[in-house]
Ligand binder design. Structure first.
Ligand SMILES: Nc1ncnc2c1ncn2[C@@H]1O[C@H](COP(=O)(O)OP(=O)(O)OP(=O)(O)O)[C@@H](O)[C@H]1O
Length: 245
């Protein structure tokens, strides 16, 4: 039984980065990252293009291995990523209906067929897409596709959900719809770790902020203190809405 976010607490958390460096050839993309991602309100990664946000999310998902240092999930380094999910910045939908995309994900996740109908209704309901279940996924608007990608990620009942710029290039109404889903997911006890360029979005969603700059974590703080009293000059610029280069 269960339903989204109703399962027993997982062993995924905390996700701990210990002196994590990731390099490709001479290029250092993540540089000595120490970070602890714990249960609670969304953790929002901010920082300019190329700061390393996507790479950090991929590393926390277990998709890239550190060149140096260690990442652990609930104190272990060898946890199968069954209860983690990631939504990339430009999710690719299969050329089939919205619910067909969900079914494909359920099949890939090995969910028993008997649960498919209930699960499809549940995840499409959660993202507010029940009414477009039979429409071709690729004809949905950008915001609807982003919500469908969230629904697809929720099929596995993740304990942690990584979102890379989930509202990039969406208009305000579509952004609000996606943010409402993120809030609903978070309230169900799923840990959200997401990146954004958008200071307004960070203010609206974050429980805590991790600021990256040139592959390093330069600031971590509860959202309230980050916005009230940013400690670094980059964070001050970000909070003031200035460009950080
Ligand atoms: N596998 C790779 N090989 C070479 N360079 C890479 C690789 N992965 C990332 N990079 C580079 O590392 C830097 C950090 O990339 P990353 O995508 O993590 O940053 P980001 O903060 O998510 O930026 P954006 O906001 O533009 O998505 C970029 O300059 C990127 O081109």
């Amino acid at each position: 039984m269960g339903g989204i976010g109703m399962r027993a607490p997982s062993t995924e958390l905390p996700i701990r980065f210990e002196n994590v460096t990731f390099s490709v050839g001479p290029l250092t993309i993540l540089d000595g990252i120490d970070l602890n991602l714990t249960a609670g309100a969304p953790t929002v990664l901010v920082g300019p293009n190329g700061a390393g946000k996507t790479t950090l999310l991929r590393a926390a998902m277990g998709l890239v291995s550190p060149t140096r240092g260690r990442i652990s999930w609930g104190g272990r380094v060898d946890v199968a990523p069954l209860r983690r999910a990631i939504v990339f910045q430009r999710p690719v939908m299969l050329r089939r209906s919205a619910s067909g995309n969900i079914r494909y994900a359920m099949s890939a996740a090995g969910l028993p067929r008997a649960e498919w109908k209930r699960r499809t209704d549940e995840v499409l309901g959660l993202v507010g897409l029940d009414h477009v279940a039979d429409r071709p996924a690729r004809r949905l608007s950008g915001g609807e596709q982003q919500r469908l990608a969230l629904a697809r990620a929720l099929v596995r009942d993740p304990a942690v959900l990584f979102l890379d710029e989930p509202t990039a290039s969406l208009d305000p109404a579509a952004t609000k719809a996606v943010e409402d889903v993120i809030r609903a997911v978070s309230e169900r006890g799923i840990k959200v770790v997401m990146s954004t360029h958008d200071i307004g979005e960070a203010r609206r969603l974050a429980g805590d902020i991790v600021m990256l700059h040139r592959g390093r974590v330069i600031e971590t703080a509860a959202a309230s203190s980050f916005f009230a009293a940013p400690a670094t000059s980059e964070a001050r610029k970000f909070v003031a809405g200035e460009l950080i280069i």
